[in-house]
Write a protein that binds this ligand. Structure first.
Ligand SMILES: NC(=O)c1ccc[n+]([C@@H]2O[C@H](COP(=O)([O-])OP(=O)(O)OC[C@H]3O[C@@H](n4cnc5c(N)ncnc54)[C@H](O)[C@@H]3O)[C@@H](O)[C@H]2O)c1
Length: 342
C-alpha cells in the first residue's frame, strides 16, 4: 500500500514507518520538524528509514492546506496515519494556541486532503488524556470525559469530534487509536521514562511531582505500533480503540523498576503536583483485542530493560549539551528529570 505517516519524524511515527517498510509498504513521511524538541533528534529518528528505497519525506506544515492537497494528489495514498501533533500536557497550559493549531487545524487539514484525494482509511493518534480525571477504571472507549483537564486533552478530543463529523458527512473510514503513555527507544525527551533513565545513568537526581502515586498505563512502543498497524483492518466507519497495556503502574513502581534494572537507587526530589495531570490512566483493552486481535507483549520490566540498553548506546544527538531537557554527552549537564504525562 501507499501510506502517508504524518509526524513520522517523531518518536512513535518513526517506529511506525520502520514497521510499515518492513511490511513492504511505500511510505511518505509528512513532518515539519517542529520545535517541540530539536530537529536533529527527529532526523536521527529517521536514520534507518531514510536510506530505504520505498521511503520519502515531505517537510511541510500540515496547516498549509494547498501544499498538503498537492502532496496527497501526487503520492495518492491509500491510507494515512495522522500522528503529527504538539504533545504534552503541561506545555499546553502555557501555549494553548499552539495546540489548537497543531492538533485541530492540522487534523482537519489532513481529513480534508484525505477525502479530496480518495484515501480509503485514515488512522488518528488519539490520547488517553481524553478520559479526564474521575473516570471509572478501566477506561472504556465510549466514556471520554466532557471535562478535559488541559488544552492538550481538549485538542485531542476536539480532533476526535472533527473526525466523527467528517465520517458522518462523507461516509468515510476513520479509526482513532487512543494511545496510553508510550515508551521505548527514542521516546520523546520530555517524558518521564526518558528523563528518569537519562538522569539516573548520569547519577543525577530526578524530580517527581506529587507523592509518586499517580499511575500510568505505560505501553511499549513496539506494542503500540503493532496496534496501529492492526487498525489498518479495523471495521469501516468511525471507530475508537484504546491501545494501552491494560495494567497501570504508579510513578513509584516505575522508579523501582528502573532502579532494579540499573542496579542502583534513584535520588528522588518531590515537587508539588502539576496542573493538568490526572491521577490515573488505565485502558480497557477488550475492544482492541476482540476487533483488532491486538494484545501487548512487552511488560514494564522488559520494556525498561530495552530502553536502558538503547539509552546506553544511543547517538550523542539524543543527549545534546545545553538543551533544557537533556543531559550532556557524558550525562553530566542540563536539567534532570521531571515526569510528564503524554
Ligand atoms: N508519546 C506518547 O506517550 C503519546 C501518548 C498519547 C498520544 N500520543 C500521540 O501520538 C502522536 C505521536 O506522539 P510522539 O510522542 O511520537 O510525538 P513527537 O513530538 O515525537 O512527534 C510528533 C511529530 O509531529 C510533527 N508535527 C507537529 N506538528 C506538525 C505540523 N503542523 N505539521 C507537520 N508535522 C508536525 C513534529 O515535528 C513531530 O516530529 C501524537 O499525536 C501524540 O499526541 C503520544
Amino acid at each position: 500500500m501507499r501510506i502517508v505517516v504524518t509526524g513520522g519524524a517523531g518518536f512513535i511515527g518513526s517506529h511506525l514507518i520502520e514497521r510499515l517498510l518492513d511490511r513492504d509498504h511505500e511510505v511518505l513521511c509528512v513532518d515539519c520538524l517542529d520545535r517541540f524538541y530539536p530537529a536533529p533528534v527527529k532526523l536521527a529518528n529517521l536514520a534507518a528509514a531514510a536510506a530505504h528505497p520505498r521511503f520519502s519525506m515531505a517537510a511541510m506544515d500540515l496547516c498549509d492546506q494547498p501544499a498538503l492537497r498537492e502532496t496527497f494528489a501526487e503520492f495518492r495514498p491509500e491510507a494515512v496515519f495522522h500522528l503529527a501533533a504538539t504533545a504534552g500536557v503541561r506545555p499546553s497550559i502555557q501555549r494553548p494556541m499552539t495546540y489548537v493549531q497543531a492538533n485541530l487545524v492540522a487534523s482537519q487539514s489532513v481529513l480534508s486532503a484525505s477525502h479530496e484525494s480518495g484515501v480509503e482509511r485514515v488512522i488518528l493518534a488519539g490520547s488517553s488524556s481524553v478520559y479526564g480525571r474521575d473516570q471509572q477504571a478501566p477506561f472504556r472507549e465510549e466514556c471520554a470525559s466532557s471535562e478535559p483537564q488541559s488544552p492538550y486533552a481538549a485538542s485531542k478530543r476536539g480532533m476526535e469530534l472533527l473526525a466523527a463529523a467528517h465520517c458522518a458527512v462523507h461516509k468515510s473510514t476513520v479509526t482513532v487509536c487512543r494511545l496510553f503513555t508510550v515508551y521505548g527507544p527514542r521516546q520523546r525527551p520530555d517524558l518521564a521514562i526518558s528523563r528518569f533513565v537519562r538522569a539516573m545513568l548520569a547519577h543525577q537526581p530526578i524530580t517527581v511531582y506529587g507523592d509518586g502515586s499517580f499511575a500510568r498505563d505505560f505501553t511499549y512502543v513496539d506494542d503500540t505500533v503493532a496496534g496501529l498497524v492492526a487498525s489498518l483492518k479495523a471495521p469501516s466507519g468511525y471507530r475508537i480503540f484504546n491501545l494501552g497495556a491494560g495494567g497501570p503502574s504508579s510513578v513509584n513502581e516505575l522508579i523501582s523498576t528502573i532502579e532494579h534494572v540499573l542496579g542502583w537507587r534513584a535520588d528522588v526530589r518531590h515537587e508539588a503536583e502539576q496542573p493538568g495531570d490526572v491521577p490515573l490512566t488505565y485502558a480497557s483493552v477488550d475492544r482492541a483485542r476482540d476487533e483488532l486481535g491486538w494484545t501487548t507483549k512487552v511488560n514494564l520490566e522488559e520494556g525498561i530493560r530495552r530502553f536502558v540498553a538503547w539509552a546506553r548506546s544511543a547517538p550523542d544527538v539524543y543527549f545534546r549539551v545545553g538543551e533544557p531537557w537533556s543531559l550532556g554527552p557524558t550525562g553530566r549537564q542540563g536539567k534532570a528529570g521531571a515526569e510528564s504525562a503524554p
